[in-house]
Unconditional design. Sequence first.
Length: 227
Amino acid sequence: MPRTLDPTSHAVRRDAFLDAAEGLIRSKGYEETSIQDVLDAAGASRGAFYHYFDSKAALLEAVVDRMTDGVIAVVEPVVADPRLSAPAKLQALLLTAGAWKAERSDLLLAFMRSWYAAENDLVRLRVARAAFARLTPLIARIVREGRDQGDFDCTSPDDAAALLAALFAGSADIMVPLFLDCRDGRVPAADVERFVTAYEEAMERILGMAPGSLVLVDRSALHIWLG
């Protein structure tokens, strides 16, 4: 008789590897963490590791996927909150996501450089596409609501939402290198703040909003990323 898989036990065992990897990335950094380190921390065999992941890069992808799940879980109640206007929901969604990331800045900063290394381009692209697919329906719901209420001026809410989600996802490809350059002293903090302002202006223009209507990045939290 074939062995049946217990989904709960499977998820728990897989999460044990992710928990171990997160702890090691925080303490040692991604590059300095080996698969053997993960096995030792998780108290598992190499065969068990390769049952869930086919490489160290696949483990990193899974860590980031789980973080995406965490962000989506946090922002979904914001989108569903009937007390908020559509502009307030959009602002709260992105600020809430930003705050969630800031609380985990030690982990994120630990693998930012590795995440943007050339060998992780395909992994990063897969994660970005998955995040885009999950984020777009949430933003579309907000944009449709805002258009119906007269807060947003856009011909096609769904297309506008796709553009906003792409802008949100794609901004990291500019913002993360800027953060790292600023931390390394290659660019001033003013360059980062200028990009953040341009990012907010672009979203306002897509939605037909007045300049200064949206504050999507908490300026007081930027110091966490800029060092």
